[in-house]
Design a protein around this ligand. Structure first.
Ligand code: NAD
Ligand code: SER
Length: 318
């Protein structure tokens, strides 16, 4: 029986993953944790622990107390915040991950840690970016992501820790707002379209990036955790994607539902620089081959569902 600990469980991914895991594996078998106890269904619906992942003793204590055998490590600083505070990004993304891997090694746990499209850099082939290619990122977030991939490989090779992970693109969801990344515009655009009928985009109109709707991301995590280990060649850093678009394309899709919607641009140079260093589109054939990765949502289906769910959440009639 799998018994999970999720770090950073109140964030954009964790808040949805915790609920889906509890549905599939039972509430008591999914221990959520985060820096503090915030108001959330995740805190109310099952075990919750306050945990800073830079505190390895507390992490070890929680793993032992709940007899955890899977750690899903979602505690992190994302790209835009990481560029503003690189030392914090290193401390949490690297030293935190190191603690997670050490505690996993000592307690025989498996570990899932997401990497990102940020693990690529300006010298990486931009279109149909291969699974195995040049990785020389120029952001601190990207440096921690590629180092994290290597560290997870090392713990698997050296100590036999069952480490697994995917390189997520920008994730779009309606439950919890994103935590300070470069792809966040693709979430905020839906909120602003419904609330104000207009959006000022911080990235220029030619900025293509990979994206994915949260239900597909949650399935990716669970499918990879459940995958047959003997079939995994790229265990820690599978390219996964569901769609690639630029701001004009998402705005045009929203206009099909909200005809009066308008968008203008006020480019944020710091964000633009990060976005320009990332791929336009990923090749996710290794994930398809090794564990049957199969996303369900494209831009059209995601936009319809996002707008429906957000209207309900924001109590907007349109
Ligand atoms: P998020 O910012 O929404 O959530 C991160 C959570 O970590 C927050 O709840 C925060 O309180 C918590 N946290 C921060 N410092 C902590 C610490 N020291 N100890 C414990 N908890 C701490 O992030 P997310 O979007 O849910 O991302 C989760 C993981 O997925 C990260 O590794 C991120 O790099 C990766 N990822 C996310 C995206 C995306 O678009 N959301 C894309 C690619 C990769
Ligand atoms: N959505 C994330 C970010 O923009 C990608 O890792 O930081």
């Amino acid at each position: 029986m799998k018994k999970f600990l999720i770090t950073g469980a109140l964030g954009q991914i964790g808040s949805e993953l915790a609920m889906e895991l509890r549905k599939r594996y039972g509430n008591e078998n999914v221990v959520a944790s985060d820096l503090s106890k915030r108001e959330s269904i995740v805190v109310e619906s099952g075990p919750f622990e306050v945990l800073d992942i830079t505190d390895s003793d507390k992490l070890d204590e929680i793993v032992k107390k709940h007899e955890i055998n899977w750690i899903i490590n979602l505690a992190a600083i994302l790209s835009a915040v990481g560029e503003k505070n690189p030392s914090l990004a290193w401390e949490i993304n690297m030293n935190g991950l190191f603690n997670v891997l050490e505690v996993a090694r000592e307690n025989n746990c498996a570990v899932f840690t997401p990497s990102s499209i940020a693990a690529f850099g300006p010298n990486t082939p931009k279109d149909d970016t291969p699974q195995d290619t040049i990785q020389r990122p120029n952001t601190m977030y990207g440096v921690t992501k590629v180092s994290g991939e290597l560290l997870c490989d090392y713990y698997y090779e050296k100590f036999g820790v069952d480490t697994r992970g995917v390189r997520f693109p920008g994730l779009i969801s309606y439950s919890t707002l994103p935590g300070g990344g470069t792809t966040d515009y693709a979430v905020h655009i839906y909120y602003e379209a419904l609330k104000k009928g207009k959006f000022t985009c911080p990235l220029d109109e030619d900025t293509y990036m990979d994206m994915m709707y949260m239900p597909d991301a949650i399935n990716a995590i669970i499918d990879l955790i459940e995958a047959d280990a003997s079939k995994l060649k790229h265990r820690n850093a599978f390219n996964v994607t569901a769609m690639s678009f630029n701001p004009e394309m998402i705005a045009n899709e929203i206009k099909k539902h909200i005809s009066e919607f308008t968008m203008d641009y006020d480019v944020n140079n710091d964000l633009q620089k990060i976005a320009n260093s990332w791929p336009n589109s990923l090749d996710d054939s290794a994930a398809k081959k090794e564990w049957d990765w199969n996303p369900k949502y494209d831009l059209e289906a995601m936009t319809k569902d996002m707008l429906d769910k957000l209207k309900e959440k924001l109590n907007i009639e349109k």
